[in-house]
Ligand binder design. Structure first.
Ligand code: MG
Length: 332
Protein backbone atom coordinates (compact mmCIF):
# COMPACT_ATOMS: atom_id res chain seq x y z
CA UNK A 1 0.00 0.00 0.00
CA UNK A 2 1.26 3.40 -0.90
CA UNK A 3 0.32 5.40 2.17
CA UNK A 4 0.11 4.68 5.87
CA UNK A 5 -3.42 3.82 6.95
CA UNK A 6 -4.46 5.25 10.31
CA UNK A 7 -6.48 2.62 12.15
CA UNK A 8 -8.86 2.84 15.11
CA UNK A 9 -9.79 -0.46 16.77
CA UNK A 10 -12.84 -0.82 19.02
CA UNK A 11 -12.43 -3.94 21.11
CA UNK A 12 -8.64 -4.03 20.95
CA UNK A 13 -8.17 -6.37 23.92
CA UNK A 14 -10.45 -9.17 22.69
CA UNK A 15 -9.77 -12.17 20.48
CA UNK A 16 -10.21 -10.30 17.17
CA UNK A 17 -8.30 -7.27 18.46
CA UNK A 18 -5.36 -9.47 19.36
CA UNK A 19 -5.42 -11.16 15.95
CA UNK A 20 -5.54 -7.77 14.19
CA UNK A 21 -2.54 -6.49 16.15
CA UNK A 22 -0.68 -9.63 15.10
CA UNK A 23 -1.18 -8.62 11.46
CA UNK A 24 -0.39 -4.94 11.99
CA UNK A 25 2.88 -5.88 13.66
CA UNK A 26 4.12 -7.32 10.38
CA UNK A 27 3.39 -4.14 8.41
CA UNK A 28 4.73 -1.15 10.33
CA UNK A 29 5.10 0.81 7.07
CA UNK A 30 1.47 0.28 6.04
CA UNK A 31 -0.52 0.92 9.22
CA UNK A 32 -0.49 3.14 12.25
CA UNK A 33 -2.72 2.37 15.24
CA UNK A 34 -4.09 5.74 16.38
CA UNK A 35 -6.97 4.84 18.69
CA UNK A 36 -8.15 1.82 20.70
CA UNK A 37 -11.00 0.97 23.03
CA UNK A 38 -12.15 -1.89 25.24
CA UNK A 39 -15.20 -2.45 27.40
CA UNK A 40 -13.12 -3.98 30.19
CA UNK A 41 -9.44 -4.91 30.77
CA UNK A 42 -8.25 -1.33 31.22
CA UNK A 43 -4.79 -2.51 32.22
CA UNK A 44 -4.38 -4.47 28.99
CA UNK A 45 -5.74 -1.52 27.00
CA UNK A 46 -3.18 0.83 28.54
CA UNK A 47 -0.42 -1.68 27.82
CA UNK A 48 -1.39 -1.86 24.14
CA UNK A 49 -1.67 1.95 23.94
CA UNK A 50 1.84 2.30 25.33
CA UNK A 51 3.34 -0.41 23.17
CA UNK A 52 1.81 0.96 19.97
CA UNK A 53 2.21 4.61 20.94
CA UNK A 54 -1.50 5.12 20.43
CA UNK A 55 -2.59 8.73 20.45
CA UNK A 56 -5.97 7.97 21.98
CA UNK A 57 -7.55 5.21 24.01
CA UNK A 58 -10.73 4.97 26.04
CA UNK A 59 -13.53 2.85 27.42
CA UNK A 60 -16.39 5.33 26.93
CA UNK A 61 -17.27 7.98 24.31
CA UNK A 62 -15.30 5.92 21.83
CA UNK A 63 -16.50 8.05 18.91
CA UNK A 64 -13.88 10.56 20.11
CA UNK A 65 -11.18 8.16 18.93
CA UNK A 66 -12.14 9.02 15.34
CA UNK A 67 -11.11 12.28 13.70
CA UNK A 68 -10.59 13.59 10.19
CA UNK A 69 -7.19 11.88 9.95
CA UNK A 70 -8.66 8.39 10.62
CA UNK A 71 -8.72 6.07 7.60
CA UNK A 72 -10.27 2.91 8.94
CA UNK A 73 -12.48 2.08 11.92
CA UNK A 74 -12.44 -1.60 12.91
CA UNK A 75 -15.38 -2.55 15.11
CA UNK A 76 -14.27 -5.74 16.84
CA UNK A 77 -16.17 -5.36 20.10
CA UNK A 78 -19.52 -6.66 21.37
CA UNK A 79 -22.70 -4.82 22.30
CA UNK A 80 -24.42 -1.71 21.07
CA UNK A 81 -22.23 0.99 22.59
CA UNK A 82 -20.19 1.53 19.44
CA UNK A 83 -23.12 2.68 17.33
CA UNK A 84 -22.26 6.38 17.60
CA UNK A 85 -18.68 5.70 16.51
CA UNK A 86 -19.84 3.67 13.51
CA UNK A 87 -22.32 6.32 12.38
CA UNK A 88 -19.75 9.08 12.85
CA UNK A 89 -17.09 7.24 10.83
CA UNK A 90 -19.52 6.43 8.01
CA UNK A 91 -20.77 10.04 7.89
CA UNK A 92 -17.10 11.09 7.59
CA UNK A 93 -16.71 8.62 4.68
CA UNK A 94 -14.19 6.51 6.58
CA UNK A 95 -13.81 2.82 5.89
CA UNK A 96 -15.68 0.85 8.56
CA UNK A 97 -15.09 -2.87 9.08
CA UNK A 98 -17.57 -4.57 11.38
CA UNK A 99 -17.38 -7.84 13.29
CA UNK A 100 -19.87 -6.70 15.93
CA UNK A 101 -22.92 -8.89 15.42
CA UNK A 102 -25.21 -7.26 18.00
CA UNK A 103 -24.76 -3.92 16.27
CA UNK A 104 -25.64 -5.34 12.85
CA UNK A 105 -28.63 -7.33 14.15
CA UNK A 106 -30.22 -4.36 15.91
CA UNK A 107 -29.00 -1.39 13.84
CA UNK A 108 -27.97 -3.05 10.57
CA UNK A 109 -30.60 -1.32 8.48
CA UNK A 110 -29.56 2.14 9.66
CA UNK A 111 -25.84 1.38 9.30
CA UNK A 112 -26.15 0.03 5.75
CA UNK A 113 -28.41 2.92 4.73
CA UNK A 114 -25.92 5.50 5.98
CA UNK A 115 -22.98 3.72 4.34
CA UNK A 116 -24.83 3.82 1.00
CA UNK A 117 -25.91 7.44 1.45
CA UNK A 118 -22.38 8.57 2.29
CA UNK A 119 -20.72 6.16 -0.14
CA UNK A 120 -18.49 4.95 2.67
CA UNK A 121 -16.84 1.52 2.52
CA UNK A 122 -18.54 -0.91 4.88
CA UNK A 123 -16.69 -4.23 5.06
CA UNK A 124 -18.13 -7.15 7.02
CA UNK A 125 -15.52 -9.15 8.92
CA UNK A 126 -17.52 -12.15 9.99
CA UNK A 127 -16.18 -14.90 7.71
CA UNK A 128 -19.56 -15.66 6.08
CA UNK A 129 -20.38 -12.05 5.28
CA UNK A 130 -16.86 -11.29 4.29
CA UNK A 131 -17.08 -14.21 1.85
CA UNK A 132 -20.36 -12.90 0.39
CA UNK A 133 -18.84 -9.41 0.14
CA UNK A 134 -15.94 -10.92 -1.83
CA UNK A 135 -18.31 -12.92 -4.07
CA UNK A 136 -20.31 -9.79 -4.88
CA UNK A 137 -17.39 -7.68 -5.99
CA UNK A 138 -17.99 -6.75 -9.59
CA UNK A 139 -21.51 -8.20 -9.56
CA UNK A 140 -24.89 -6.51 -9.82
CA UNK A 141 -26.53 -7.00 -6.38
CA UNK A 142 -29.84 -7.39 -8.18
CA UNK A 143 -28.62 -10.58 -9.85
CA UNK A 144 -28.37 -12.51 -6.57
CA UNK A 145 -30.75 -15.44 -6.35
CA UNK A 146 -29.76 -16.99 -3.03
CA UNK A 147 -27.22 -16.68 -0.24
CA UNK A 148 -25.96 -19.77 1.58
CA UNK A 149 -24.07 -19.28 4.83
CA UNK A 150 -22.11 -22.20 6.20
CA UNK A 151 -22.06 -23.24 9.86
CA UNK A 152 -19.60 -25.59 11.49
CA UNK A 153 -22.41 -26.84 13.73
CA UNK A 154 -20.19 -26.38 16.79
CA UNK A 155 -19.02 -29.18 19.08
CA UNK A 156 -22.46 -30.88 19.21
CA UNK A 157 -23.20 -31.20 15.51
CA UNK A 158 -23.67 -34.93 15.80
CA UNK A 159 -25.70 -34.90 19.00
CA UNK A 160 -29.40 -34.30 19.48
CA UNK A 161 -30.55 -31.21 21.39
CA UNK A 162 -32.27 -33.44 23.99
CA UNK A 163 -28.94 -35.13 24.74
CA UNK A 164 -27.19 -31.91 25.73
CA UNK A 165 -28.64 -31.72 29.26
CA UNK A 166 -25.37 -32.18 31.07
CA UNK A 167 -22.81 -30.50 28.83
CA UNK A 168 -20.36 -28.24 30.66
CA UNK A 169 -18.94 -24.85 29.65
CA UNK A 170 -15.60 -26.61 29.07
CA UNK A 171 -17.18 -28.95 26.49
CA UNK A 172 -18.95 -26.07 24.75
CA UNK A 173 -15.83 -23.94 24.62
CA UNK A 174 -13.96 -26.69 22.75
CA UNK A 175 -14.97 -25.47 19.31
CA UNK A 176 -13.86 -27.93 16.63
CA UNK A 177 -12.64 -25.42 14.02
CA UNK A 178 -12.72 -21.74 15.06
CA UNK A 179 -10.81 -19.94 17.78
CA UNK A 180 -13.22 -17.31 19.13
CA UNK A 181 -14.25 -15.48 22.28
CA UNK A 182 -16.34 -17.42 24.85
CA UNK A 183 -19.67 -15.68 24.09
CA UNK A 184 -19.44 -16.36 20.34
CA UNK A 185 -18.36 -19.95 20.95
CA UNK A 186 -21.45 -20.66 23.09
CA UNK A 187 -23.63 -18.90 20.50
CA UNK A 188 -22.08 -21.17 17.87
CA UNK A 189 -23.03 -24.28 19.84
CA UNK A 190 -26.69 -23.17 20.11
CA UNK A 191 -26.55 -21.80 16.53
CA UNK A 192 -27.91 -18.50 17.85
CA UNK A 193 -24.81 -17.08 16.23
CA UNK A 194 -25.92 -18.40 12.83
CA UNK A 195 -29.40 -16.94 13.20
CA UNK A 196 -27.80 -13.56 13.98
CA UNK A 197 -25.68 -13.99 10.87
CA UNK A 198 -28.74 -14.53 8.69
CA UNK A 199 -30.18 -11.26 10.03
CA UNK A 200 -26.85 -9.54 9.41
CA UNK A 201 -26.72 -10.87 5.84
CA UNK A 202 -30.31 -9.75 5.26
CA UNK A 203 -29.38 -6.16 6.19
CA UNK A 204 -25.96 -6.07 4.55
CA UNK A 205 -26.95 -7.47 1.17
CA UNK A 206 -30.68 -6.60 1.04
CA UNK A 207 -31.70 -10.20 0.38
CA UNK A 208 -35.07 -11.36 1.80
CA UNK A 209 -35.02 -14.02 4.52
CA UNK A 210 -36.60 -16.68 2.31
CA UNK A 211 -33.57 -16.50 0.00
CA UNK A 212 -30.94 -16.94 2.72
CA UNK A 213 -30.07 -20.47 3.78
CA UNK A 214 -27.63 -22.25 6.06
CA UNK A 215 -25.71 -25.48 5.49
CA UNK A 216 -23.79 -27.37 8.15
CA UNK A 217 -20.24 -27.59 6.88
CA UNK A 218 -18.07 -29.05 9.65
CA UNK A 219 -14.78 -28.38 7.84
CA UNK A 220 -15.34 -24.57 7.99
CA UNK A 221 -13.43 -24.12 4.72
CA UNK A 222 -16.17 -22.67 2.51
CA UNK A 223 -17.66 -19.66 4.29
CA UNK A 224 -20.51 -18.70 2.01
CA UNK A 225 -21.97 -19.41 -1.40
CA UNK A 226 -23.72 -16.85 -3.58
CA UNK A 227 -26.05 -18.21 -6.22
CA UNK A 228 -26.86 -15.85 -9.07
CA UNK A 229 -29.95 -15.58 -11.23
CA UNK A 230 -28.26 -17.33 -14.16
CA UNK A 231 -27.67 -20.47 -12.08
CA UNK A 232 -23.98 -19.80 -11.47
CA UNK A 233 -22.65 -19.98 -7.90
CA UNK A 234 -19.55 -18.38 -6.47
CA UNK A 235 -18.00 -19.44 -3.20
CA UNK A 236 -15.15 -18.20 -1.07
CA UNK A 237 -12.92 -20.60 0.82
CA UNK A 238 -10.06 -20.12 3.25
CA UNK A 239 -8.92 -21.94 6.40
CA UNK A 240 -11.00 -21.19 9.53
CA UNK A 241 -8.90 -18.29 10.74
CA UNK A 242 -10.34 -14.80 11.21
CA UNK A 243 -7.05 -13.24 10.19
CA UNK A 244 -8.01 -13.89 6.56
CA UNK A 245 -11.01 -11.55 6.70
CA UNK A 246 -9.20 -9.08 8.98
CA UNK A 247 -6.32 -8.96 6.49
CA UNK A 248 -8.77 -8.61 3.60
CA UNK A 249 -10.34 -5.52 5.20
CA UNK A 250 -6.97 -4.00 6.10
CA UNK A 251 -5.54 -4.26 2.59
CA UNK A 252 -8.79 -3.74 0.64
CA UNK A 253 -9.13 -3.14 -2.30
CA UNK A 254 -5.85 -4.98 -2.81
CA UNK A 255 -5.30 -8.62 -1.87
CA UNK A 256 -3.35 -9.03 1.35
CA UNK A 257 0.25 -10.24 0.98
CA UNK A 258 1.26 -13.79 1.86
CA UNK A 259 3.13 -12.99 5.07
CA UNK A 260 0.03 -11.73 6.86
CA UNK A 261 0.96 -13.03 10.30
CA UNK A 262 3.85 -15.17 11.49
CA UNK A 263 1.79 -18.18 12.52
CA UNK A 264 -0.38 -18.26 9.38
CA UNK A 265 0.99 -20.95 7.14
CA UNK A 266 -2.09 -22.99 6.34
CA UNK A 267 -3.95 -22.90 3.03
CA UNK A 268 -6.95 -24.95 1.85
CA UNK A 269 -5.80 -28.44 0.88
CA UNK A 270 -8.83 -29.64 -1.17
CA UNK A 271 -7.74 -33.24 -0.53
CA UNK A 272 -10.73 -34.27 1.57
CA UNK A 273 -14.41 -34.35 0.66
CA UNK A 274 -16.45 -31.44 2.03
CA UNK A 275 -19.85 -31.85 3.66
CA UNK A 276 -22.79 -29.45 3.19
CA UNK A 277 -25.71 -30.64 5.25
CA UNK A 278 -29.21 -29.15 5.50
CA UNK A 279 -30.51 -28.19 8.95
CA UNK A 280 -33.78 -29.88 9.90
CA UNK A 281 -36.27 -27.62 11.65
CA UNK A 282 -36.30 -28.36 15.37
CA UNK A 283 -32.73 -29.62 15.49
CA UNK A 284 -31.42 -26.34 16.90
CA UNK A 285 -34.40 -24.75 18.72
CA UNK A 286 -32.53 -21.53 19.62
CA UNK A 287 -31.73 -20.99 15.94
CA UNK A 288 -35.38 -21.43 14.93
CA UNK A 289 -36.54 -19.10 17.69
CA UNK A 290 -34.21 -16.21 16.81
CA UNK A 291 -35.01 -16.53 13.13
CA UNK A 292 -38.77 -16.57 13.69
CA UNK A 293 -38.42 -13.46 15.85
CA UNK A 294 -36.42 -11.71 13.13
CA UNK A 295 -39.02 -12.51 10.51
CA UNK A 296 -42.18 -11.77 12.48
CA UNK A 297 -41.27 -9.59 15.49
CA UNK A 298 -38.05 -7.78 14.63
CA UNK A 299 -38.74 -5.13 17.32
CA UNK A 300 -38.11 -7.85 19.90
CA UNK A 301 -34.58 -8.61 18.66
CA UNK A 302 -32.71 -6.19 20.91
CA UNK A 303 -34.36 -7.71 23.98
CA UNK A 304 -33.60 -11.19 22.68
CA UNK A 305 -29.95 -10.22 22.34
CA UNK A 306 -29.88 -9.07 25.97
CA UNK A 307 -31.51 -12.31 27.13
CA UNK A 308 -28.97 -14.34 25.18
CA UNK A 309 -26.05 -12.33 26.57
CA UNK A 310 -27.31 -12.89 30.12
CA UNK A 311 -28.13 -16.57 29.58
CA UNK A 312 -24.71 -17.30 28.04
CA UNK A 313 -23.02 -15.53 30.93
CA UNK A 314 -25.06 -17.54 33.45
CA UNK A 315 -24.18 -20.77 31.66
CA UNK A 316 -20.46 -19.93 31.55
CA UNK A 317 -20.57 -19.22 35.30
CA UNK A 318 -22.23 -22.61 35.90
CA UNK A 319 -25.44 -20.96 37.14
CA UNK A 320 -27.75 -22.55 34.57
CA UNK A 321 -27.57 -25.71 32.42
CA UNK A 322 -26.88 -25.40 28.69
CA UNK A 323 -30.43 -26.13 27.59
CA UNK A 324 -31.85 -23.38 29.81
CA UNK A 325 -30.37 -20.88 27.34
CA UNK A 326 -33.33 -21.79 25.11
CA UNK A 327 -35.83 -21.28 27.95
CA UNK A 328 -34.30 -17.85 28.62
CA UNK A 329 -34.68 -16.83 24.97
CA UNK A 330 -38.28 -18.03 24.89
CA UNK A 331 -39.44 -15.55 27.52
CA UNK A 332 -37.98 -12.50 25.77
MG1 MG B 1 -19.36 -16.38 11.47
Amino acid sequence: MSMVHRIVILGATGSLGTQTLEILKNFPDCFRLTGISAHQHLKKLKKIAKEWRCEKYGMTHVENLIDSSTDHLMVLDHGLESLAAVLKALAMKKRVSIANKELMVVHGEEIVYLANECQAELIPLDSEHNAIFQCLRGEDPGSVQRLILTASGGPFRERKWEDLKNVTPEEVLKHPTWKMGAKTTVDSATLVNKAFEIIEAHHLFSVPYDRIEVRLHPESIVHAIVEFRDGTSKLIAYPPDMRFSLGYALFYPERAPSNLADSMTETVSWDKPLIFEKIEKGRFPCFDLVLETAKHQPHKLSNLLKQDQQAVENFLNNHIPFMTIFESLKIS
